[in-house]
Ligand binder design. Sequence first.
Ligand code: 5AD
Ligand code: SF4
Length: 425
Amino acid sequence: MEILNFDKENDYIKKVSEINKNRNLKYYILTMGCMLNENDSEKLCGMIEKMGYTKVSEAQKADLIVFNTCCVRENAEDKLFGNLGELKTYKRETGAIIALGGCMMQEKHIQEKLKVSYPYFDIIFGTHTLNKFPEDLFTILSKKEKVTDVIDIDGDIYEGIPIKRESSVKASVTIMYGCNNFCSYCIVPYVRGRERSRKHEDILKEITKLAKDGYKEITLLGQNVNSYDGGSGYKFSNLLNDVSKIEGIERIRFISPHPKDFTGDVIDAIKQNPKICKILHLPLQSGSSNILNKMNRKYTKNDYLTLAKKIKEKIPEVVFSTDIIVGFPGETEEDFNETLDVVNQIKFEQVFMFIYSRRVGTPADKMENQVPEEIKHERFNRLKALVESQVPENNKKYLGTTQKVLVEGESKNNKEMLTRKNRNK
Ligand code: 5AD
Ligand code: SF4
């Protein structure tokens, strides 16, 4: 893996903006999936705006349409194909450029399906070739040739990609790419490659610049942030300590840590640095040790509960959020009850609940005893009801307290209201 500069692509940005000069072009981008993908989209927006396009919120008003896709669950696929179907006539009538990128494009069967059923796309780019978007756009604009730019090998890390951020107060900063864990249900290691960490100097430089630009809150992103390896023994806890020292940054969050790698030095760094938000995302996935083993999570129910207890003892104000999958192959009623038991014990502040979705190429897809859809849905609803029943009790601890909040902007539902988060949300 090499850390490379974006200079060559800057030449393509210049070439494309020359072609687009005085054309008042518009672009639309749809981002699916996680915060890492959102961060990738901010980079795409940064590059695209430098090439002379202005953002619009409707695909059918754009000259360039970009879908930055996710493939973690099946519903993202349905969403992409639905959107593409709706664009067929618009594409024929206007000749708008359609670019498809991100995780789903790394999958061979998706590429094949697109070529057969939706052949009117112009560019396919993958997770390792995002940085080449200006070059790919130049090819389609200058040669009118369709581009498929997907590579399987782990990409290099590119520093210096322009970025157009959604917010002016909070920013996400990717600290590492890829994942080595191969949880048996998960497609991510196949589409995002092995773990590669950015140099800590580059990360700290980026955050120092963000602080100077007025950003107050930073979220450090990676599939498994606590295996961050900044080289020469520089670990995630070092990064947390160093980011905490940056003047102007008031809040630090990070997602996602893996429970198996949550070491004492990271707990100490969270305790020692008041800027680090005291809500920790600790993905549980299942409360059954039997299912956790089949998921290849490398911890048991007891390990998870012990870790949560250890963190809580050291930092009493900590609350937890989590991810839970229901209906993993072979999950019995007893296994599911173990999950409910953990939820009952921890009283998570927030639970992201997912119905298990079969992913082509993952070990879990080949497992016998796939759980029938109706049982998955029924368990999902029971879990949701339990989580919702805990909300009033969880919120009680804030009654009568004064909370410092970071105002993020106007509320989406009511323009008269501002939206905000406290340190624990
Ligand atoms: N089915 C359902 N949920 C999944 N996740 C990952 N893969 C799958 C899958 N195949 C969930 C996990 C992960 C979150 C980002 O998505 O809970 O933590
Ligand atoms: Fe997927 Fe597991 Fe890696 Fe998370 S840690 S990205 S769930 S393989």
